[in-house]
Design a protein around this ligand. Structure first.
Ligand SMILES: NC(=O)c1ccc[n+]([C@@H]2O[C@H](COP(=O)([O-])OP(=O)(O)OC[C@H]3O[C@@H](n4cnc5c(N)ncnc54)[C@H](OP(=O)(O)O)[C@@H]3O)[C@@H](O)[C@H]2O)c1
Length: 344
């Protein structure tokens, strides 16, 4: 079998983007041997510049340039300061566009959404762990992917490295999902467990900040928007029920007292979809989980999902995510899923 080259362009070189580059560096030979696929990063862009080389960028140099100068725009010879991700999406020759830029719901998912549309129209498959474009534009993007004959994968948008979407879409084929319960947000579980163990709210928030798991704007996690966004993605993509953020009944964790949290049962921000008539009722709210709940034993760095189905019983999957590596690795899983299904 001949080795197929897969040309990848990546937008965003932060926690996930840089880890993905490192992953490509570590795994390139293994992937070539195992799958006959040669994954080559031909372009990378951050908020201040871009670099592209059709023969493949030197990944050590990508990481060093980003770390030492702050932007990939300074990459020797092939870097361009000031080149935007949209400029790059409009001109790069690549097979896959990876978007690892910030969610930016308030900015209508820019810059991710415009780049994704451009990449698809130019014939690129799209892989993204960025919830913004998927939660706001799921129907449009899946339709656009069909029209353009490309694949869209977003396995990293729900619960980090947990294959929650793959299980729901692939492994539950033919089932009716009566109920879906998820703990898709790591930060809230981390904070709740520390308060349950005796920390004050302030101490728990400081610990979360220290671990680097709390966003600059903590309300996205604490008020439940992150969990709601993930529930919307699951509902659209797994339950095939067209849904928007406004459809989720939402209560965050900030209204809980330390007494509520120390009730003895594990408290979690639970995202739930329950079948009702021809659709689903969607809710995100803190819940104290009884001992026999399938997600009651999740630790502070764990996330999980339970599907209650008509024919496959009850299926639970969980992940312990100590670092963002599993989240970054979802881009690899998505790329392999596309490439191993697509004829050369
Ligand atoms: N971190 C996680 O554990 C995790 C898990 C699952 C999903 N996600 C999602 O994955 C995405 C990336 O997360 P992250 O933690 O890697 O974020 P991050 O560390 O904030 O990195 C964001 C990257 O996007 C770049 N960027 C910002 N605006 C841009 C623009 N206009 N054009 C091009 N690049 C731009 C930034 O550039 P500069 O470097 O120049 O600032 C940075 O490199 C987010 O959507 C996040 O929700 C993250």
């Amino acid at each position: 079998m001949t080795t197929r080259t897969v040309r990848i362009a990546i937008s965003g070189l932060g926690n996930l983007g840089a880890r993905f580059i490192k992953l490509m560096l570590d795994k390139r030979n293994e992937l070539r041997d195992r799958y006959d696929l040669d994954l080559v990063i031909v372009a990378a862009v951050d908020s201040r510049g871009a670099a592209q080389d059709p023969r493949g960028l030197d990944l050590n140099l990508v990481l060093n340039t980003k770390e030492s100068t702050g932007t990939i725009g300074n990459y020797p010879r092939c870097g361009t300061l000031g080149m935007t991700s949209l400029d790059l999406a409009g001109q790069v020759s690549a097979d896959v566009w990876c978007d690892a830029t910030p969610v930016n719901i308030d900015r209508k998912a820019e810059p991710g959404i415009s780049c994704i549309r451009t990449a698809m129209r130019r014939g690129m498959h799209v892989v993204t762990p960025n919830k913004g474009p998927i939660v706001l534009f799921y129907q449009e993007l899946t339709q656009l992917a069909r029209e353009c004959g490309v694949q869209l994968r977003f396995g990293g948008t729900v619960a980090g490295g947990l294959p929650a979407l793959y299980i729901g879409r692939r492994d539950l084929r033919g089932a009716r999902i009566e109920r879906m319960e998820a703990i898709p947000n790591l930060v809230t579980g981390f904070i709740l467990d520390h308060i349950a163990a005796g920390s004050s709210w302030e101490q728990a928030l400081d610990l979360a900040k220290g671990e680097g798991v709390l966003e600059a704007d903590p309300s996205w996690d604490l008020d439940g928007w992150d969990a709601a966004a993930k529930l919307v993605i699951l509902t659209n993509a797994v339950l095939s029920y067209p849904t928007r953020l406004e459809d989720v009944e939402l209560t965050g964790i900030t209204g809980l007292s330390t007494q509520d949290i120390r009730s003895g049962r594990r408290m979690r921000l639970l995202a739930t979809a329950v079948r009702a008539g021809s659709g689903y009722e969607l809710r995100v709210a803190p819940q104290s989980l009884s001992e026999d709940h399938p997600l009651a034993h999740l630790g502070p760095k764990e996330m999980g999902i339970t599907y209650y189905t008509d024919i496959y019983g009850t299926i639970t999957a969980t992940i312990k995510e100590e670092t963002p590596l599993p989240s970054a690795a979802t881009m690899l899983r998505d790329i392999l899923d596309i490439m191993l299904k697509t004829e050369a």
